[in-house]
Write a protein that binds this ligand. Sequence first.
Ligand code: CA
Length: 239
Amino acid sequence: MTDKIMIVEDEDDIVTLLRYNLEKEGFETDCVTDGDKALTAIKISRPDLILLDWMLPGQSGVEICRQVRYDNDLRNVPVIMLTARGEEADKIKGLTIGADDYMTKPFSVPELIARIRALLRRARPVKTKGELVFEDVKMDLATCRVFRGDRFVHLGPTEFRLLQFLMERPRHVFPREELLKAVWGADIHVELRTVDVHIRRLRKAMNEGGEQDLIRTVRAAGYSIDSGFSDDDAGTDDA
Ligand code: CA
């Protein structure tokens, strides 16, 4: 399976450099040079990762990144921002708008490729034949069954959808608002506390056999599925 990288960049030299090196590394590439056309092009291309230049004609990379994160089909696609601006504030802004990583131009191609590979590994749960796998958790999406190792985990439909959403992007922290929208739908009026209630049920069911807690609570930020987080976070149900 070839990973496809979408290059959103208006400078010809950089596009040529990136395409040549990425294809040499076995990636498929796609390219769009106009900020206003980027989102549509990304939707058509369905890339596995997006390299996104900050300064573009038309919409900026920042604006495009924001739209990618609000798009149901694209929200899980890793984004690396490419920026000519080295100021710390810009970098931080780049990360809070939902970019997964950033590189300042001029960048080292081998380093960029290393970061691309790292993000692709992290973003992609091992997904084979309708299965999601993270650590010892296995979700069979066809039969809606969940296992931890050999133990069958009984989950209600809401907990199943919640777990599936978290498993589709391991280690990414989702705010409760986002989980609410994804699992219950945007139109249904459900209180944020409801998310906490179902996370509590999910955690209980998942850890019933004394397994390691993989549901991470990040105070004031949300929830993720993760491993190796500090004990300070473990066992707390409310984000
Ligand atoms: Ca540019």
